[in-house]
Write a protein that binds this ligand. Structure first.
Ligand code: ACO
Length: 181
C-alpha cells in the first residue's frame, strides 16, 4: 500500500483505452466508441482526469478517475424552464455532466468531489452559463449522496429514463446553479 498523490490533468488521446475500460467497468450503459474519441480529442466535450503520481508499476499517469461534460444551449435543454432564463438572451448555456467515475480502490478520498468542483469552476467562468446539471439512476445512492453534499438540487424524477437490459429505471435530475442561475 502507498499514500496516494492525486493530480488533475486534461484527458489526452493516450488515455483512450483506459478511459473506455473504466467506463465499461463502472457503468451499466454502453458508450459508443465515437464518445471516447470525442472525449480524448476534446471535441465538444470538456473533461478532467485524476491520476495518482505515487502509483507504482509505471501507472503514475494512468487514470483513476474522470469527469466528462458538454456545453449545451439552455433553450435546447430540458431544464430551460427551471432557470431564471431571460428570453432576450438566447445565448444562455449550461454544462451537462455526461459521466463521472472513480476506480474502486480510490474511492472516498474526495476525488469525485474535486472533479465536480473543476466542472463547477469551469461553468462559473463562462459568462453565459447558468447551471451545471446531470442525470443519475435512482438506485445509485453513493452518487446521489455526493451530489447532495456538493449542494446540487434534485429538481425532477424522470420515469423510465434509463433502459438497461430491457428494464426501465427512473433517473433523478440534479442542478447546480451558477452565475445567478
Ligand atoms: N477523506 C475521506 N472521505 C472523504 C474525503 C476525504 N478526504 N473526501 C470525501 N470523502 C467522503 C465523502 O464525504 C463522501 O462520503 P459520503 O459517501 O458519506 O457522501 C464519500 O467520501 C464520497 O465522496 P468522494 O470521495 O468525493 O467520491 P468518490 O471519489 O468516492 O466517487 C463516485 C464517488 C463517483 C460516485 C464513485 O463511487 C463511482 O465511481 N461510482 C461508480 C460510477 C458512478 O456511479 N458514477 C456516477 C454516476 S452519475 C453520472 O455519471 C452523471
Amino acid at each position: 500500500s502507498h499514500r496516494a498523490s492525486i493530480c488533475y490533468r486534461p484527458i489526452e488521446p493516450s488515455d483512450r483505452e483506459i478511459l473506455e475500460q473504466i467506463h465499461c467497468d463502472l457503468f451499466p450503459i454502453r458508450y459508443e466508441s465515437e464518445f471516447f474519441q470525442n472525449v480524448v480529442n476534446g471535441q465538444d466535450i470538456v473533461s478532467w482526469a485524476a491520476v495518482d503520481r505515487n502509483r507504482p508499476n509505471g501507472q503514475s499517469d494512468e487514470l483513476v478517475g474522470f469527469v466528462t461534460a458538454r456545453i449545451v444551449l439552455a433553450k435546447e435543454s430540458e431544464i430551460g424552464d427551471m432557470l431564471r432564463y431571460d428570453p432576450s438572451k438566447p445565448d444562455q448555456t449550461l454544462v451537462y455532466i455526461l459521466t463521472l467515475g472513480v476506480v474502486g480502490v480510490y474511492r472516498n478520498l474526495g476525488i469525485a468531489s474535486s472533479l465536480i468542483q473543476k466542472v463547477v469552476k469551469y461553468a462559473s467562468s463562462i459568462l453565459t452559463c447558468r447551471a451545471v446539471y446531470l442525470h443519475v439512476i435512482s438506485y445509485n445512492d453513493p452518487a446521489i449522496r455526493l451530489y447532495k453534499k456538493m449542494s446540487f438540487q434534485c429538481v425532477r424524477r424522470l420515469q423510465g429514463f434509463y433502459l438497461i437490459d430491457g428494464q426501465h429505471h427512473d433517473s433523478y435530475l440534479f442542478v447546480y446553479y451558477v452565475n445567478g442561475g
